[in-house]
Ligand binder design. Structure first.
Ligand code: MN3
Length: 203
């Protein structure tokens, strides 16, 4: 019995710790929003993801990113694939999102140069990214990704759809769900986006 518990624990997805305190992104993203976002919303995706994965012990040892990029070929019920897409996406999207924010800049020079080459300048990229975020309807995410050819692409996805579904690697993202900003910004989505640039560390 204890061995079974031990094995299933090994493959259990757990909520990653934030790499900073809940109040670290103040005043741009408030402590209460960060706390609820991480301990309630992200935790819920993790819990529901584990419920799906528990049904398929054979595929649990792959990373969630790999599962998403091979979703169509997985030996799973179609209903469970949708759950994996939603909750697996919710987990990997948030896990990545936390790592590109912080109190102090940690600029990724290589990424910055690629952005300059692709979009002309960092400022032009920021404008396009903001525009894409503003014109996204409903819940979702805005992304800068590296596609399979190694080129940068900018787009938004609905719900918790992850770029890994397309085999793309996330480089920068912003959570456009209301839970990410509503406590502080209410309906002022543009203000949230503009403030957020202050806590993005990688460019
Ligand atoms: Mn969220």
């Amino acid at each position: 019995m204890s061995i079974i518990v031990c094995v299933s624990f090994l493959y259990m997805i757990t909520l990653p710790k934030l790499p900073y305190d809940y109040n670290a992104l103040e005043p741009y993203i408030d402590e209460e929003t960060m706390r609820i976002h991480h301990t309630k919303h992200h935790q819920a995706y993790v819990d529901k993801l584990n419920i799906v994965l528990e049904k398929y012990p054979a595929i649990k040892s792959d990373t969630v990113e790999t599962l998403l990029s091979t979703l169509n070929t997985l030996p799973m019920d179609e209903k469970d694939k949708i759950l994996l897409r939603n909750h697996g996406g919710g987990h990997v999207n948030h896990t990545f999102f936390w790592t590109i924010m912080g109190k102090t800049k940690a600029v990724n020079q290589e990424l910055q140069e690629k952005i300059q080459t692709t979009f002309g300048s960092v400022d032009e990229f920021k404008q396009l990214f903001t525009q894409t975020a503003l014109s996204h309807f409903g819940s979702g995410w805005v992304w800068l990704v590296e596609n399979k050819k190694g080129k940068l692409e900018l787009y938004s996805t609905p719900n918790q759809d992850s770029p890994y579904l397309l085999g793309h690697k996330p480089l920068i993202t912003l959570d456009l769900w209301e839970h990410a900003y509503y406590l502080k910004y209410q309906n002022r989505k543009a203000e949230y986006i503009n403030s957020w640039w202050n806590v993005l560390t990688v460019i």
